[in-house]
Design a protein around this ligand. Sequence first.
Ligand code: AMP
Length: 215
Amino acid sequence: MRLLLIGPPGVGKGTQAKFLVNHFKIPQISTGDMLRENVQNNTALGTEANIYMKEGKLVPDTVILQMIKKRLNKNDCSNGYILDGFPRTEPQANGLDKLLKSLNQRLDCVMVMNIDDSMIINRLSNRRSCKNCNQVYNLLYDPPKTDDICDSCNVKLFLRDDDIPSTIKKRLIIYREQTEPVIEYYTKFGITKIIDSKGSIKDIKNNIIKIVTRI
Ligand code: AMP
């Protein structure tokens, strides 16, 4: 099963991807998580990527495509995977097509998630993450047991640099300009499914699983 989750930042792609990982036993491939790991480990890739990420801009396509090529060639991807946050531009979608052809693979489904911009700003500015275990919380919808402290690691949660409202607005503009055309790209292949993403996390999860098991 090769799935792609596409939608604006904060729509819940990462949360739903984690459910799908458990359900289908396939890895989540989040370019955002991979980049943040590189930033945290001070790699050359991380240092370059962080220049763009801090500003809410997209990391150059060549950097992303090289990173994805390495990742999809790993053994744990042989039974499928969930792409989360990639591709984000048409050149990335073209690059993925070429890569999939070379691996003799194809995508089974592109799930399109969307909600209103005001809801996105509200969700992202209340998102908090744990540096230690990467668990993501939302102070409004899925808060930790103790204010601002990770339930598992007992360390202080942090607000991502790119989740401050002025940067969220920039990321939304980039999403509309550069990522929405990717949805049209996949619509032509007839593999897109629209996921109503306004309901509860559980309702969205059940809806996604129902759709995916029908493929
Ligand atoms: P995310 O966690 O998916 O919201 O990604 C966080 C940031 O990482 C984005 O705002 C971009 O700066 C960068 N990023 C993640 N995935 C990509 C991608 N596919 N193409 C370009 N930049 C990306």
